[in-house]
Design a protein around this ligand. Structure first.
Ligand code: GUN
Length: 282
């Protein structure tokens, strides 16, 4: 039987509707929730992501302020832009769109964002809180994945979870969240030997690689839940890491691309921004 589809579009709409309702309550108290976005350069993918985030802000009733810096911007100017948003009481959440051009020190820039306003959850303090079981701000993509897994109704306790990819943004934090739910977690990466031996054991398989068609049916255990975090543009079309047509015949649940993890990431950014506003204002 073909897998059930984990519809990120529908689920994200429900989450955004709840955010909009809570935002309207804050508005009644005279609080306008505001997300500050900093983008450096004119990378076409980043431009699309930033536009999608601004549109989502409009839909849930946030205001958004976007600062676009030139591709050749210095570290000092980037840091000034971050400091400006840190000090601006009208801005509740700050997001620096990644990746940054190579002359800029990404880690140093992210560490400058006030942790309370770090709606991406990338600041070392927020990462450390997550890794020590005291989570405050959870990165948006992993948070969205956990919401999708919850939606399946599957009890995660004791399950084998395999994550392909070890980025700070997705691989490491999703591994921590799955561990927190008592999964046995394996993180695979580009140096992993016998990758298929690992993935074939997974009840939950998360792929965050960025290579179209990387996960094939022979790598998936029958009945597994397959979460595709990949977003790659091929001939103008957005495609994931998972060979969807063949894997859906093996998996029990599968996320499509587009319409899976992507919309959930944005919904969680809205939720994190609202929570930042509530923390700072209430
Ligand atoms: N670039 C790709 N994904 C993300 C994300 O979740 N947050 C930010 N700030 N940049 C990204």
């Amino acid at each position: 039987m073909a897998a059930q589809i984990l519809d990120g579009k529908a689920l994200s709409a429900e989450i955004k509707a709840k955010v909009a309702k809570r935002t309207a309550e804050l508005n009644k108290q005279g609080i306008d929730v505001c997300l500050g976005v900093i983008m450096v350069g004119d990378d076409p993918a980043s431009q699309i992501y930033v536009r999608n985030k601004q549109n989502a802000c409009d839909k849930v009733g946030f205001c958004s302020r976007t600062v676009i810096l030139d591709k050749g911007t210095s570290q000092e100017d980037l840091e000034k832009a971050i400091e400006g948003m840190n000090e601006d009481d009208a801005i509740h959440g700050i997001l620096v769109q990644l990746p940054l051009p190579p002359q800029l020190d990404e880690k140093k820039a992210l560490a400058l964002i006030r942790p309370e306003k770090d709606v991406d959850g990338f600041h070392v303090v927020n990462a450390g809180m997550l890794f020590t079981g005291q989570k405050q701000v959870v990165p948006c993509t992993p948070k969205g994945i956990m919401a999708m897994l919850k939606h399946t109704g599957i009890d995660l306790n004791g399950k084998e979870a395999v994550v392909i990819g070890r980025s700070d943004i997705v691989g490491k934090p999703i591994a921590m969240l799955l561990l927190e739910q008592n999964c046995t977690v394996t993180i695979c990466h580009s140096h992993t030997a016998q990758l298929r031996e690992h993935t074939r054991r997974a009840d939950i398989l998360v792929s965050a690689v960025g290579k179209p068609g990387f996960v094939t049916a022979d790598m998936v255990m029958p009945g597994a839940v397959v979460i595709d975090v990949g977003i790659t543009r091929v001939d103008g079309k957005v495609v994931g890491d998972v060979a969807f047509d063949e894997v859906k015949e093996v998996a029990s649940w599968i996320t499509p691309v587009p319409g899976g993890v992507g919309p959930m990431t944005i919904a969680m950014l809205m939720e994190n921004t609202l929570e930042a506003a509530e923390r700072l204002e209430c």
